[in-house]
Unconditional design. Structure first.
Length: 106
C-alpha cells in the first residue's frame, strides 16, 4: 500500500500527472485517507504524498481547494483544521500505554 502511495506521489509531483490523479479521483482519496485511516503510519505516508503533490502548480491549487495551507518555498502543505487531522477514531485494536498494569508487572 505504501509503495503504491509513493508512486502516486511521484506521479502527482508533475502538473500532467496531478491532473490525471484529479480526473481519476485518486488525489481526493489520498486526502481522505490522510484524515481517516486508522493506521498512523499510513497517515504519515499520505502526508508525505500530499507534500509531493505540492511540487506542481496544479497540485498546489488542488491542495488549496481541499483546505490546506501550502508553503511554496518549502513545497509542503498542512491542513487548516489541525484538530480534524490529528483526531483519532475509536478502533477495535488493543492499545497499551506505559501506565497500564501489563507494563508495570515487569
Amino acid at each position: 500500500m505504501r509503495l503504491m502511495l509513493w508512486s502516486l506521489g511521484y506521479y502527482g509531483s508533475t502538473s500532467r500527472g496531478m491532473q490525471r490523479l484529479i480526473e481519476n479521483d485518486m488525489a481526493r482519496r489520498v486526502v481522505r485517507l490522510s484524515f481517516w485511516c486508522e493506521t498512523l503510519s499510513l497517515r504519515g505516508t499520505c502526508r508525505y504524498v500530499l507534500n509531493m503533490f505540492c511540487h506542481s502548480e496544479t497540485g498546489r491549487n488542488f491542495m488549496l481547494s481541499k483546505g490546506f495551507i501550502v508553503n511554496k518555498k518549502s513545497l509542503n502543505c498542512f491542513p487548516k483544521d489541525v484538530n480534524k487531522f490529528f483526531k483519532m477514531q475509536k478502533t477495535n485494536y488493543l492499545h497499551f500505554s506505559l501506565n497500564t498494569a501489563y507494563w508495570q508487572l515487569y
